[in-house]
Design a protein around this ligand. Sequence first.
Ligand code: COA
Length: 463
Amino acid sequence: MLGKTVSAPDAQLKQDIQLLCGQYAQYNSFDPELFSKFAVKRGLRNADGTGVLAGITQICNVHGYLLSEGEKVPIDGELTYRGYSIRDLIAGAQAGGRYCFEETAWLLLLGFLPDGMQLRRFFDILSDARALPDNFTEDMIMKAASPNIMNMLARSVLALYTYDPAPEDTSIENVMLQSIQLIARMPSIMAAAYQVKKRVYDGRSMYLHNPNPEFSTAQNILRMLRSDKQFTEDEAHLLDLCLTLHSEHGGGNNSTFAVRVLTSSRTDTYSAISAGIGALKGPRHGGANFKVIEQLEYLKANVRNWDDDGEIRDYLRRVVRREAGDRSGLIYGMGHAVYTKSDPRERLLKENALRLARGTEFEAEFCLLDAIERLAPDVLHEKQGGDKPICANIDLYSGLVYRMLGIPDELHTPLFACARTAGWCAHRLEELSTGGKIVRPAFKSIVHPRDYIPLESRATAAV
Ligand code: COA
C-alpha cells in the first residue's frame, strides 16, 4: 500500500528538453527596460516599491511606513488584526492563561472578539471538526505519499472537495462552515502527511495519533507530531504564539492575494485555499522560513569563527554575489515588502527565541541569526546602493523556535500554512461579501503579427 514510484526522465528526453530550452530562450525574452517604457506596475508595485492599491479590507492592517509629501518615511512596523494590536491580543490571552490562536481565528473570521461563552463554543466546534473524514488518511494521504508536506497539504485540501456535500455552495453560511472545518483540519492533515512521509521516504516508524478534543490547536499539533504524544504547557504556548503571529498579514501578501484572485472568480473554497498553499510554499514567501534554516546550516559549515562579524559579513557578501548559499543571491529572513525599520512579528518571536535559547545548545545558532540581522543591511546596501532600511522579518527566527520545539525543519512552512488558513478564509469571506468584481489586470502585448507558415515550409524557419 505504501510506496513511492518516481522515475527520472531518461537521457534522450533530457537531451530533447535541453534543445527545446535553447530554442525557448531565443523566442521568449525581452528587454527589461520595456517595463518602465510601458509604465508596467511590475509585481503590482508602484515606482517607490509600495504595493498597488487593489482592495479594501477590515481584517488586518500591516503598517510599515508613513508617506510624507510622496516620500516613504520608515517607521517601526505595526500589525493589527481587526484593529487590535497583536501585542495586546497576545498579552491579553497570556494574562488569562488562554491559548490565543482560536480567539484570533474567531476575530479574523467574524470581526469582533468572542466573549467567554462564544470562545468555549468555538473551541468545541473546532474540536469536533478536527477529525479527517472516514478513510481520508488511508485513501488520500497514505496511498500517494509526497516528500513535500506543503504539496500534501494542497492536494489534501483539494481532495476534501469530494467529501463535502455542498462543495460549490459559495453562500457565506456554507463558506463559514468550510472555513472552520479547514482551520481545524489543516493540522491533522499536516501531522498525518508528515508521519506517512517519514515512513515512506525516511524509512522510519509512523505514529498516527488522533487529536484530543480537550486540546487547543497548538497542543494537538505537538501531540500528533510526537511519537510519545507528550509536551509541556510552555512548549504549547510558544507554538500558539507562532500560530497567532502567522495567522494573517493583510490582503496584499502573495498567498492571500492568490486566494482573493481565485475567490473573485467564484470558484470553490478548496480550489481557492489550495492556491494559497501553493503560493505560500515559495521561498520568497512562506518557504523562506525553511530557507533560513538551510542558510543557517550553510553559514555554520562555511564560517569558522561564529563570533567573528568580519567572517560572517564576508560570507554574506558571497551570498548576495550568488557565490554561496543556494546561489539565489537572497539573504533569507531579511527584507520585507511593507515593513521598513522593523517587523513587529519578528520582534515578538525574537524575544521568545532568546528566552528559550539562553544557556542551551541553541544559543550559538541564535547569535548567528542575530549577526545576520545586524550585518545583512550593510551587505545589501553595498550591493544595491542607497541606505533604505532593511529589517529582519518573522522568518529569521521562526525556524529556530520550531527547532527548539523539536519540530522537524520540513514542517516549518506547513505550520505557517495551518495558521494562515484563518487569514485566507477571512479574506475569502470578505471577497465574497464585498468584492463583487473578478480580478483581471492587463498585460501589454509586445508581440508583432506574423504570417502563418505551413508545416512543410517550417523546417529552418523555426530555429
Ligand atoms: N536578499 C537579497 N536581496 C534582497 C533582499 C534580501 N533579503 N531583500 C530585498 N532584496 C532585493 C529585492 O530582491 C529587490 O531587488 P529587485 O529590485 O532586483 O527585484 C530589492 O532588494 C528591493 O527590494 P524591496 O522592494 O525592498 O523588497 P521586495 O518587496 O522586492 O522583496 C522580499 C521583499 C521579502 C521578497 C525580499 O526582501 C526577499 O526576497 N527576502 C528574502 C526572502 C524572505 O525572507 N522572505 C520572507 C518574507 S516575510
